[in-house]
Ligand binder design. Sequence first.
Ligand SMILES: [Zn+2]
Ligand SMILES: [Zn+2]
Length: 250
Amino acid sequence: MKLTIIGCSGSFPGPDSPSSCYLLEAEGFRMLLDFGNGALGALQRHIGLYDVDAICLSHLHADHCLDLCPYHVVRTYSPQGPLPRVPVYAPADAPRRLAAAYGMPDEPGLETAFDFVRLTPGVFEAGPFQVTAARVNHPVETYGFRVSYGGRSVAYSGDTGESAELVKLASGVDVLLCEASFLERPGLPAGLHLTGRQAAEHAARADVGTLVLTHLVPWNDREQILQEASMGGFGGRTELARSGALYDLG
Ligand SMILES: [Zn+2]
Ligand SMILES: [Zn+2]
């Protein structure tokens, strides 16, 4: 299984990265975790424009889902199109919300390009991957994912505040992509995002191999995020996500 970070910028794109999007590949099957704004451009550095086989959306905030709209154009109107529908595992209301974002009536919405499957907590198969979805701690319906293949696994926090579900979901994974949107300060809101320290605490509790801090908001100082993560009691490898970074899990 190969993991490529397409976009790791938190809340909005930055100068060096689109918003959230992670590419997982195994047996020639290509699945995206999130498809935030700007990701469709950077994705084409890594795979062909038409080569997406499945998409999982953690939640319906713009920085996690909006490039489904331009990708509808690709699959419907390209010289190669119309292409087979891509399954999109997403929270309730995704078909209506994304149709509205596109400026399309609810029927047919984006259903000509995508086969929306409503997410619920639990396990499903997507191509060769086993995917576990669990609700995390964010103001809207939001899922974290664990993706397993060939004895290897990756977990992705989505957007979340402190979450026992995330610890369970990420238990023993090789790589945890964990959001670290906040810098430490008094009075941070609960149930929204994590700091680097909190991300590292979750990684320690879940006993993961490598912690990749992601959803990095461009106005934050990156070295400070890493420094705060070093206070979280996690002894494993810890690094900042970078658009284009590749993790080959064998
Ligand atoms: Zn976000
Ligand atoms: Zn969010």
